[in-house]
Design a binder for this molecule. Structure first.
Ligand code: ADP
Ligand code: MG
Length: 477
């Protein structure tokens, strides 16, 4: 079997596993440039662009690499990096340095770096473990998501200190449940892990479990299928600190909500700690049963806000410090000034910059910073112009803008034109007359009519509604 495997096929399988489990940007930056070289026994040789690259992989991705390789090549799998040293003076051939991957203790599947978009739930289905007390449960915590790495600022002070309080006395504060809520990329998952990590440190005997609401739901569904719903419930009742991430995912899933309600009550009554995260405040959660919502409000709901400038700067500096990289102050400031709404994007941008400077072995310039920041904020907020709307609509219907603006009465063109007008009204502050004049020189009455027509069609024509939704999505990207 092993005989038939080639370095390339092994590496490709590893890549597809890794791709599923790390963020897309990170994948592109750190994995796409790698080449597989050869496979000798169970050792895969891969070529990486620089020493820095190798260090980065070892620092951040050694675990997932190990998991992927072990899946492919068995438990003797080893990894060897080859690094091209381009600047070796006097030698014609590039000199290649070989470094074996660090041999750390065997990595368990569960330890793969978060934010693992949860792995196959089967594999970590914890309630297979026999139902005895004091069982060892893999906490599924990511040690990198610690309090120490979670920088404090006005935007997160309340949530962070509530988290600390809970970590000091799990189950023993009035913050039970502790609900952390806020927009994407603001640190909910990180903070939730930090609380768990801290509890494990202070109280090694406590059983802590981190799980996303999505995996929780899948496990529940499986348990129903396999007729062991009771085992599922009992398992969760044994936990001292239960952390459920992204509970908004439970919306509309009444079976899972029901079972969670019972688990929650049991844990709460027994002085166990529950920590939840959500992308919405409880009042805004939809399709969550009232009785569950009222439980969510028993403890404390703490919001994570968008970080202010100072906090953004310290987050960036912290990453640079952690990775031992120096970067001009003006660049760091530029990034912090331009990425405001999302810590994940902030991190992504600085990591890309670090990577770029290391590939090209040159100083990071403001121009490079600009182009990278642009990539990251593209999907945040851009002033949408009427011109841009026409371009998006024409692209969508595969027309050119001249046709869109022409006098033709062909139905599909008329519809596209009306949609452009409708979105111009919705997304810009331009007057009807102004919109009309820019879209094929029509008058304000035509624009008004277009908007009404679109409004009507949306409610009566499913296909048309899909056009509107699609284009709306594209324009909001
Ligand atoms: P969410 O779960 O709210 O979408 P995450 O917890 O995944 O967000 O955070 C996104 C990224 O931003 C993570 O890599 C996290 O470590 C980082 N991050 C968020 N807040 C902070 C902070 N205050 N200090 C340091 N890093 C942070
Ligand atoms: Mg999250």
């Amino acid at each position: 079997m092993i005989m038939s495997k080639t370095a390339q096929s092994v590496w490709e399988n590893c890549l597809s596993f890794i791709k599923d489990n790390i963020q897309e940007q990170a994948y592109k930056t750190w994995f796409e440039p790698i080449k597989s070289v050869e496979l000798l026994d169970s050792t895969l040789h891969i070529q990486v662009p620089s020493k820095f690259f190798y260090e980065w992989l070892e620092e951040h991705y050694v675990k997932i690499l190990k998991v992927a390789l072990t899946k492919e090549l068995g438990k003797n799998a080893k990894l060897l990096y080859k690094i091209k040293m381009e600047n070796t003076i006097g030698s014609k051939q590039p000199f290649t340095e070989q470094i074996p991957s660090s041999q750390r203790s065997p990595i368990k599947y569960q330890e793969v770096d978060a934010p693992f978009k949860n792995l196959n739930p089967e594999l970590k289905n914890p309630f297979i473990i026999p139902g005895i007390r004091n069982l060892k449960i893999e906490s599924q915590l990511n040690p990198n998501y610690s309090f120490e790495n979670f920088l404090e600022g006005d935007s997160n002070r309340l949530a962070r200190s509530a988290g600390m309080a809970v970590a000091n006395k799990p189950g023993g504060t009035s913050f039970n449940p502790l609900l952390i809520f806020g927009g994407v990329g603001l640190g909910k998952t990180h903070l939730a892990h930090a609380i768990g990590v801290e509890i494990k440190e202070k109280y090694p005997d406590k059983t802590v479990l981190y799980i996303s609401a999505e995996v929780f739901t899948q496990q529940y569904i499986d348990s129903v299928k396999k007729n062991n719903r009771n085992d599922f419930i009992h398992f969760y009742q044994l936990i001292d600190v239960l952390i459920i991430d992204d509970v908004q995912f439970l919306s509309g899933k009444s079976g899972t909500q029901d079972v969670f309600f019972h688990i929650f009550n049991y844990l709460h009554q027994n002085g166990k700690q529950v920590i939840l995260t959500s992308d919405k405040a409880p009042v805004d959660m939809q399709d969550i049963e009232q009785r569950l919502l009222s439980r969510f409000k028993w403890g404390l709901s703490a919001e994570l806000h968008q970080p202010d400038y100072e906090t953004r700067i310290s987050i960036l500096n912290n990453i640079l410090y952690r990775d031992g990289v120096e970067m001009p102050k003006e660049i760091v400031e530029y990034v912090a000034q331009n990425i405001k709404t999302n810590v994940r994007e902030l991190e992504g941008a600085i990591i890309s910059l670090i990577a770029q400077s290391s590939f090209n072995k040159k100083e990071v310039t403001l121009d490079l910073a600009k182009s990278i920041v642009e990539k990251f904020v593209k999907n945040v907020k851009r002033e949408v112009s009427i011109e841009y709307i026409q371009k998006v609509v024409s692209d969508y219907f595969q027309l050119d803008i001249d046709t869109l603006q022409s006098k033709t009465r062909k139905r599909h063109v008329v519809q596209a034109r009306q949609l452009a007008m409708f979105f111009a009204k919705k997304f810009t502050k331009a007057s009807l007359a102004n919109i009309g004049s820019q879209i094929g020189d029509r008058d304000h009455a035509t624009v008004l009519h277009a908007c009404k027509t679109v409004d009507n069609l949306v409610t009566t024509d499913k296909q048309f509604k899909k056009f509107v939704d699609d284009i709306h999505k594209k324009l909001s990207m």
